[in-house]
Design a protein around this ligand. Structure first.
Ligand code: NAG
Ligand code: NAG
Ligand code: NAG
Length: 278
């Protein structure tokens, strides 16, 4: 009896984990599913009119019924294999889809495969698990910006990667171009991949490298109270020096990331079993 009660979280946990993984791939079912913390608000917002983006003309992609799905949007656009892969490995893409299903407004900057290929060899391998997540979240703004709205933003703009003034970037515009300056790279917004007044996805010509990761190390007394120190136990395991293939350099760290994420639920289950057996 007691044991049964203790064991009961397992099926729930497994169902929950299963739901998380499957919901990312089946956006059509998402609104009907019992998403945790979901507010009672109606799940669908049908854009009444085509978005007005005078600066950057949107590509012909009709707004989807139900909430948009970042993987679907990027797959349709093609050329974003690496970005999709990293969104999945870090689970940042899953977070984005959950936010979208709650009608949160987002702006996402998507670097194409050639932008990742142009990175210095080993750039991604050097990152810890947390830094990989931050790098991906750095490509997401938690509000919707049309191309024209970029002309009136006040810099610096906070990204999803950080709070308290960390992980911002600046946007500069002329009448026909939008550039992003991170302090490490200057990137240009090349065109609109998707826009439906809830989420805008823009292609950028470079991977946005955050100053908070790629800049000089912060002094020891830096005011960073809430974030743990960025050092993964396997950070030194990668040896990018011998690698000459950027695609290959993404995969190994990705595999480590997957194993790492897979371990979390396993550790959780093991600790529950240990608790029961005491
Ligand atoms: C954006 O960057 C491009 C290429 O580096 C440059 O030619 C252009 O002048 C920049 N525009 C702005 C508004 O900074
Ligand atoms: C971003 O803009 C702010 C405010 O104008 C400025 O202080 C900062 O130096 C800029 N950062 C970069 C990387 O251009
Ligand atoms: C980015 O642009 C600014 C001015 O527009 C320039 O000072 C800086 O050197 C550029 N940085 C890179 C990495 O190109």
């Amino acid at each position: 009896m007691l044991k049964k009660q203790l064991l009961s979280p397992f099926p729930l946990l497994l169902i929950f984990l299963n739901f998380i993984t499957t919901s990312a791939q089946s956006p059509a079912q998402a609104p009907a599913s019992p998403i945790v913390l979901s507010p009672p608000a109606p799940p669908t917002v049908l854009a009444p009119a085509p978005p007005t983006v005078p600066l950057l003309a949107p590509q012909a992609l009709a707004p989807t019924k139900g909430s948009p799905n970042i993987y679907t949007i990027l797959k349709k656009a093609s050329q974003f294999t690496t970005f999709i892969q990293l969104l999945k490995i870090t689970q940042v893409g899953d977070q984005i889809n959950i936010q979208l299903s709650k009608n949160q407004r987002l702006t996402i900057f998507a670097p194409p495969d050639n932008a990742f290929a142009n990175l210095k060899t080993g750039t991604l391998n050097k990152l810890t698990d947390q830094q990989q997540s931050e790098l991906l979240q750095f490509h997401v703004l938690t509000s919707f910006f049309s191309g024209a709205q970029f002309q009136t933003v006040s810099n610096p703009l906070p990204t999803e990667a950080g709070s308290g003034g960390r992980f911002p970037f600046n946007v500069t515009t002329t009448s026909n171009s939008v550039n992003i300056t991170t302090g490490i790279v200057n990137a240009t917004v090349t065109h609109t991949i998707f826009s439906d007044n809830q989420v805008a996805v823009y292609q950028v010509d470079k991977v946005l490298l955050p100053y908070d990761i790629f800049g000089p190390p912060a002094p020891a007394a830096a005011p960073v109270p809430s974030k743990p120190k960025k050092k993964a136990p396997f950070a030194d395991a990668d040896s990018p020096s011998g690698s000459s293939n950027d695609d290959a350099s993404v995969i190994p760290s990705g595999a480590i990331g997957l194993v790492y994420h897979a371990l979390n639920p396993i550790c959780f289950i093991v600790s529950i079993i240990a608790a029961i057996s005491l």
